[in-house]
Design a protein around this ligand. Structure first.
Ligand SMILES: [Zn+2]
Length: 82
């Protein structure tokens, strides 16, 4: 499974949504243990979420369909890490 698939699950978890089918929480946790890149990505996603909440932008995730998390994905680059 690719990091990008796990990152979809991570963003769902950060948003408090259900994980995508095919990615149980245990599998996600196992991947996070062995993939520093996804740990880092998840940490940034969480921080961005907290930041948005602190600014009163909590609805951005709902309205923008992952607008904020998309920015994190671009920063991460991600190719060759998974
Ligand atoms: Zn990964």
């Amino acid at each position: 499974m690719h990091c990008s698939e796990f990152r979809t699950a991570i963003s769902a978890r950060v948003d408090g949504e259900a994980l995508p089918p095919g990615i149980p929480g245990a599998a996600l946790d196992a991947h996070l243990r062995e993939c520093p890149a996804c740990r880092d990505w998840g940490e940034r996603a969480r921080r961005l979420k907290v930041l948005a909440a602190g600014l009163g932008l909590g609805a951005v995730g709902d309205a923008g369909g992952g607008f904020g998390l998309g920015v994190v994905g671009d920063v991460g680059g991600g190719s060759g890490l998974g």
